[in-house]
Design a protein. Sequence first.
Length: 392
Amino acid sequence: MLRFTDAQRRDRLAVRHGLHPDHRHPDPVAATRAMTVLHATEPATVHLALQARVDGLDIAAVDDLLATERSVVKQLAMRRTLFGFTRDLLPAALGSASARVAAAELRRLAADVERAGIAADGAAWVENAAAAVLTHLGSDGAMDAASLRAQVPALAARITFGSGKWAQEAPVAPRVLTLLGARGQLFRGRNAGHWRVSRPVWTTARAWLGSVPVPRPEAEGWAELVRRWLWTFGPGTETDLVWWLGATRTLVRRALGDLGAVSVALDDGGTGWVLPGDEEPDPPVTPWAALLPVLDPTTMGWKQRDFYLHPADAPHLFDTAGNAGTTAWWNGRIVGAWVQGADASVRVIHRSDPGPEGRAALAAQAERLTAFFDGEVVAPIYTSAEMRRNGR
């Protein structure tokens, strides 16, 4: 079996992820495609992830990409997470990961509707509410959640969770809209808020994309997602893929078989997978530095992270659910985090000393990122213990 060392894995991600200064991606669409998808749960992550991979980018250019060109589209998919997809990958997700999320959302919401006494047949009630939203919007409508809730009577329903002092009431509207989004019947359109805040206007697929994407058959969809992941993140393990996809080991193994994926030996004694014809390591690269945002796709690409993250640092840089805070990288390893000051300047927090060359390179990246912020301060939702200790 061919072997991929940890150093070779780090060299590969430096080049393919566009993090090495000599290997930046030429434009935001190319960078998104190279990463398979961009995390979009935190609205600022799309902007900051692209900033790290494309030279000369500014906030307005990313806003245009999302709202005007619409060549990167936000879609709920793997692990019920919001991602930025290139348009060509949407059909694969809609037929596989998004469909899986939609089915789970329907089951949970229908059960909650029945428990709340809103309807005896929760699934039928949810489908009727969803149809009412689509009818109200028509083929080219766009409206924010508050307006839809006010104008579509079914969305005014509320569900009570728990009992006694633990009881809490929640509106049904966001969950119906989430279901429609997972199905690809509605999309998150223009952001009614600032680029740092998520306040999407919900719009129909035809209005936002110009046509309704046709989901690929399920097996083809999973295989395409795995193919893209293997190019971006391979070699990776079955465990990595199962976690990243939010799928089952059976689905992953079937997709690996459909693709003819090749197994390689990893330094930890495990087995990794790469695409056929992609078994040879990339040439070594010179040392490089990067500052990546909360939930960056590189940091979140694998579940088994020891080849770039010291296990002792994980509790300081990730929350208990595995969500990454900001990270500082030197030569393929995470060596710390970064935070912003009140003046929007970026400061690197070292958990391990990268040496004089590494410190200087990270300081240069901090200046580059500070310039990108242009005085804007981002208050992330997901924060690591290291970020909180140092002012977020």
